[in-house]
Design a protein around this ligand. Sequence first.
Ligand SMILES: *[C@@H]1O[C@H](CO)[C@@H](O)[C@H](O)[C@H]1NC(C)=O
Ligand SMILES: *[C@@H]1O[C@H](CO)[C@@H](O)[C@H](O)[C@H]1NC(C)=O
Length: 89
Amino acid sequence: MRLLFVFGVVGIMLLIAHTEAVRCNCNCTLNYIPLCAVDATGDEDTFPNQCALECYNCTHNKDYVVRRQGECSHTTTTRPRTRPISRTA
Ligand SMILES: *[C@@H]1O[C@H](CO)[C@@H](O)[C@H](O)[C@H]1NC(C)=O
Ligand SMILES: *[C@@H]1O[C@H](CO)[C@@H](O)[C@H](O)[C@H]1NC(C)=O
């Protein structure tokens, strides 16, 4: 029973992924022309090229916009450190 349910879930996920792949233009080349993009929440991410970015935007329902050419720096300087230090020494 449970196994059947798992197969069902996987099947639905595959179906959704397939539908989105058709709906979105993910027919990308593997050219590596990195772009640094930022989404609505301020998350920076490096994408291998414009097409991959648009594909991700579409399949994940995201709103990444290109911030600059090249990879994002690993230290996100733009995002303020909002996380409080919870441990009181
Ligand atoms: C995907 O790209 C290839 C190579 O550029 C092209 O021949 C093909 O028609 C494209 N397919 C779609 C669905 O755009
Ligand atoms: C990603 O989606 C947002 C919202 O639809 C759009 O404004 C933005 O231009 C898209 N980015 C790319 C690279 O297509």
